[in-house]
Design a protein around this ligand. Sequence first.
Ligand SMILES: [Zn+2]
Length: 417
Amino acid sequence: MSHFTITCRGCGKELKDVYCAFCEHCANSLLVTDYKDPFRDDCGSGIWKFNWLPVHKPTFEQPGTIVYRSQWLARHLGMENLYIAFNGYWPERGALLETCTFKEFEAAIVLQNAVENEVEGLIVASAGNTARAFAHLSVVADFPAIIVVPRMCLMEMWYLESSSRVPTLAVSDGDYSDSIDVARRISAISGLPFEGGVKNIAKRDGLGSTILEAVSKIGRLPDHYFQAVGSGTGGIGVWEMSERFIRDGRFGSKLPELHLAQNLPFVPMVHAWEKKSRELFKEDLRPELIGQISTRVLSTRYPAYSVRGGVFDAMQACGGAMYGVTNREVFESLELFSNLEGIDLVPASAVAVGALRQSVEKGIVKKDETVLLNITGGGELMLGREKKTYNVEPAFVSKKITDKEIEKLVCTLLKKN
Ligand SMILES: [Zn+2]
């Protein structure tokens, strides 16, 4: 008997044990996982200690989030109950994610879920850190994956040594959205599924595991939750987990307010939410805006915003705010955080710190409220002092690649493995 079922947010249809399912009635609606049992955090080690994950028998180790109460940043901001969810490499605190990103949870849960559903391999499209996470987990879980990234992100990308044998393609003439298109075509031709983006329940539940650790540690749902968003998948995952906690009944009765941030001037979700529009505005998706931000990992032009069960619905259900954070605020926040808390951050995490600073200045968050700040990635410098990291050496492809060329390429890539 499975400990979970999957339900469509649109029509309520229930599905069981299927990989990355889509509702046949509702093309534009997300499915969500329903867990039968109350929340537990004693089911195994690392991330596997939680029962609210769509996996049965984990086959590899996966460390989880570390949540701790901030002293110095909290004091600086005049906050009494600021908790930091640190996702990255910081052994002193017990944080052991060698890819330095919370995308490791997404990759771990997606791959374990795929293994259990007898999927034979996955095609992954990413703007950078998701690629590193999937490449790492592909090796850890011994599960084939082909990774597709935009060339413009290569500069900011690195792999662990073991990941360098994972087949990686770089789309030389396009952005993140073009690499998603290429990945979809490779998937159709190779027969290996596309990891599914936000529609994959395993992805959202994996990213939502951050709030599982927070509630396990704090004993209740936070009043406010801060995170930087690119696709918005992490924010949606946290909303879904929070709804489960409310149904559980032991951890609070109010959803945490969501405070989601993007890097100015590329802030399509911020502008749409300000106008309470379910649709994004075309002028906010112009590619030239992406060239101006310092956090490319937040640059997707296909965020999970309008879809039923997406960011718009999450914001409506939870309340809260969306924030545009300037490059200057990003760099100030990077420095502030590492000076006060003693660990380096990736720029995307500094976007969340910038949003927290804005909300404190505006008095949106009250001094004594319980706040969870999701540091989605950090500890790269710390890791670099202990381990060697490598530039990614991809095979380059054009977004205009023909089906025939893809066929040939897939043959070579999969044979090499
Ligand atoms: Zn449906």
